[in-house]
Design a protein around this ligand. Structure first.
Ligand SMILES: Nc1nc2c(c(=O)[nH]1)N[C@H]1C(S)=C(S)[C@@H](COP(=O)(O)O)O[C@H]1N2
Ligand SMILES: [Mo]
Length: 201
């Protein structure tokens, strides 16, 4: 007898647990890049936070990795429709970086920018509270270059275009300044549970 299955009348092989309009990509991890994968070594990588902060700072790889390690295990959702369940990233919580630069009370948004020039904009509140990371590892191994290695931004509760690969920095602002996809019609916040795909959603 299968009592739990009778509860919804459907087996658990459907898209239960996925945001609306998403499908499970399974073991596939598509590469989606607007630019060519840069030749960026761990030694060349750096991460900076500036703008509306008490003290702008830049970390190299060693300084960033000296901050407390923090991992994410959960799902990721691309606006093109694929989601991945239960993936594991290792890195450092963005809270650890933000605590050191001390954002001004007037800071409400951030532009994340990559070493390649890619940009994406986010409400600052989506980058705090243990919900965003600088990720160096995927499933216990260095993040592959095509997926943003040596380091990418990881904001898994928003559509994945917000998770800038080859992350170079954040500039904190008192207004929303649309990034690459946001200028091309995508949503300012991008919450997959509310299907905030395009700017009118
Ligand atoms: N620098 C950079 N970061 C990026 C992108 C990009 O084109 N360039 N694409 C975004 C989009 S649309 C998605 S879905 C994810 C894809 O990450 P992946 O290639 O590791 O799957 O990266 C996001 N971050
Ligand atoms: Mo995407």
């Amino acid at each position: 007898m299968n009592i739990t299955r009778g509860f919804t009348g459907r087996p658990r092989t459907d898209n239960a647990g996925l945001p609306p309009g998403q499908y499970d990509a399974g073991d596939d991890w598509p590469v989606l890049s607007a630019e060519v994968t840069p030749e960026l070594t761990a030694a060349d990588w750096s991460f900076r936070i500036d703008g509306l902060v008490a003290e702008a700072r830049t970390w190299d790889r060693e300084a960033a990795r000296a901050l407390p390690a923090s991992a994410y295990t959960g799902d990721i959702h691309c606006v093109t429709g694929w989601s991945k369940f239960g993936v594991r990233f290792g890195g450092v919580s963005l809270d650890a970086f933000l605590d050191l630069v001390r954002p001004h009370a007037s800071a409400t948004h951030a532009v994340a920018y990559s070493h390649t020039g890619y940009t994406t904009s986010l409400p600052l509140g989506d980058l705090t509270g243990g919900r965003a990371w600088i990720a160096f590892e995927y499933e216990g191994r260095p993040l592959p270059a095509e997926h943003g290695g040596p380091a990418r931004l990881l904001v898994p509760h928003l559509y994945f275009w917000k998770s800038a690969k080859w992350i170079a920095g954040l500039t904190l602002l008192d207004h929303d300044e649309p990034g690459f996809w946001e200028q091309n019609g995508y949503h300012a916040r991008g919450n997959p549970w509310e299907e905030q795909r395009y700017s009118g959603d």
